[in-house]
Design a protein around this ligand. Structure first.
Ligand code: NAD
Length: 460
């Protein structure tokens, strides 16, 4: 069948298996979120492609795992150098594929992806091991860490290259070989990475990337008997499915999931710093970061002032075309996701919530070409009960809810009152209070008087 001229201009990706680019029988459409147009075709891989990738990874494992950490580190450094050398090309592609601003891609996603390779290659050189003396016998117990074989890596769409490399880098630095499946909605930078993997001298089969949907390619990987380890980042619902599917094989599982992260703001907080940071923590990357703040609890004595200043600052957080350097937010990932996020705002309204800015109130000034893109203005809601689905479920968009509290105990209880426990922030100048509250919050990560401060902090 001959192709239309439109099909000719589309970017068509290929799987990367055993060091070779391989086409697929069928393809999935991938959309540019800023225009709503199909711009890329992603392989719709299934069991056949996953089987081939696992076989390649298995074959490559003995040689790769036998190399010294130094030998592997040299290759990983080269890969980091190559990503940095191609930073602008990657940033452009990531922004087009995901809808995020070019600035975010250029300053956060891509530098971090390069850093992931540097970080894990060097960390493997300095591994130590715990040892416990068995004093009555004169013997020592110690632990030896070994690669496990073929690692199956599944990543989401919100920080595509950053989170994919966060999985590939530690797995191969430790001597495993991998089969990775990026999100079908954001596959382009992973495909570009394959070319650099070749150039960096990663041996064929060490990194295999199979593109496709979760239920098809993802499921084939998760239920493959020769993949003993699955590392997954994504939604809690998918993690439940993966846990069930991998259970018969007793696989090692690493699951990084969603959040409904609270910010607890006491009256003695530095409000200038707190408002600036909390606007950022609520809306960065269109609110599509698992660590974004989505529930803000403010001590009642400063509540009115906080709300007024927060809404004013949120309105200045510009949503616009991703390529515009003045845009702070770009487009949401998909039409379905935009509708889902909007549905929570409709629900909030139906429950008597007040919308202070954003959806339904503020018009976006978008060029004609972007009018069908999945844009949504930053939205602030108050007056919603903690038991509402708006306060309980992960919305994963540029939406945050604000509510007053009276006592420290109340703030902690409400902060903990969701089924998620990913992260939280606490704002106060009282050091004792900050430590006390942070310890009582049931979150894996608590930032105090800051947000998203990590080993490499990139200001955006
Ligand atoms: P998702 O769970 O829908 O998809 C994630 C990945 O899983 C995709 O590659 C998808 O194709 C695959 N998948 C889907 N169904 C599958 C199945 N049945 N078997 C195997 N794989 C399957 O998540 P998403 O919408 O892509 O990402 C957003 C979610 O990720 C949010 O919940 C967010 O909080 C979370 N997230 C968490 C972290 C973290 O580090 N904790 C980081 C980023 C995103």
């Amino acid at each position: 069948m001959s192709k239309t001229s439109e099909e000719h201009s589309l970017l068509v990706l290929e799987n990367y298996i055993g060091g070779k680019f391989v086409s697929c029988r069928s393809y999935i459409d991938s959309y540019d979120p800023s225009t709503g147009e199909v711009y890329c075709k992603v392989p719709h891989s299934g069991k056949e492609e996953v089987d081939a990738a696992v076989a390649a990874a298995k074959e490559a494992f003995p040689e790769w795992s036998a190399r010294s950490p130094e030998q592997r580190a040299k290759i990983l450094h080269k890969l980091a150098d190559l990503i940095e050398a191609n930073l602008e090309e990657f940033a452009q592609a990531e922004s087009k594929d995901q809808g995020k601003t070019i600035t975010a891609a250029r300053t956060v996603d891509i530098p971090r992806a390069a850093y992931n390779f540097r970080f894990f290659s060097t960390s493997m050189l300095h591994h130590t091991t715990d040892c416990s003396p068995m004093d009555h016998m004169g013997c020592l117990n110690y632990t030896v860490r070994c690669p496990v074989g073929v690692a199956g890596l599944i990543s989401p769409w919100n920080l595509p290259l950053y989170l994919l490399t966060w999985k590939i880098a530690p797995a191969i630095a430790a001597g495993n070989t991998v089969v990775a499946k990026p999100s079908e909605m954001t596959s382009v930078t992973a495909w570009m990475l394959c070319k650099l993997i070749q150039q960096a001298g990663v041996p064929p089969g060490v990194v295999n990337i199979v593109f496709g949907s979760g239920p098809r390619a993802g499921d084939a990987l998760v239920s493959h008997p020769e993949v003993p380890l699955i590392s997954f980042t994504g939604s809690t619902a998918t993690a439940q499915r993966i846990t069930e599917r991998s259970a018969p094989y007793c696989k090692k599982l690493s699951l990084e999931l969603g959040g409904k992260n609270p910010a607890i703001i006491f009256a003695d907080a530095d409000l200038d710093q707190c408002i600036e940071t909390t606007v950022r923590s609520s809306f960065l990357n269109q609110g599509e970061i698992c660590l974004c703040t989505s529930r803000i609890y403010v001590e009642r004595s400063i509540y009115s002032e906080f709300l007024e200043r927060f809404v004013a600052a949120a309105k200045k957080w510009k949503t616009g075309v991703p390529s515009d350097p003045s845009s702070k937010n770009g487009a949401l990932i998909s039409k379905e996701h935009l509708e889902k996020v909007r549905s929570y705002i409709a629900l909030a309204k139906s429950e008597g919530g007040i919308i202070h800015c954003g959806e339904g109130l503020d018009q976006l000034d978008l060029p004609e070409h972007n009018k069908s893109g999945y844009f949504m203005p930053t939205t602030v809601i108050t007056g919603i009960s903690d038991s509402s689905r708006v306060m309980q479920e992960e919305i994963f968009g540029p939406v945050t809810c604000i509510s007053p509290f009276d006592t420290e105990d109340e703030a902690v209880a409400r902060g903990n009152g969701v089924r998620y426990g990913l992260s939280a922030t606490v704002w106060s100048k009282d050091v004792g209070k900050v430590h006390r509250v942070a310890q009582r919050l049931q979150a894996g990560l608590v930032w105090t008087n800051c947000w998203l401060v990590k080993s490499i902090t990139i200001k955006h």
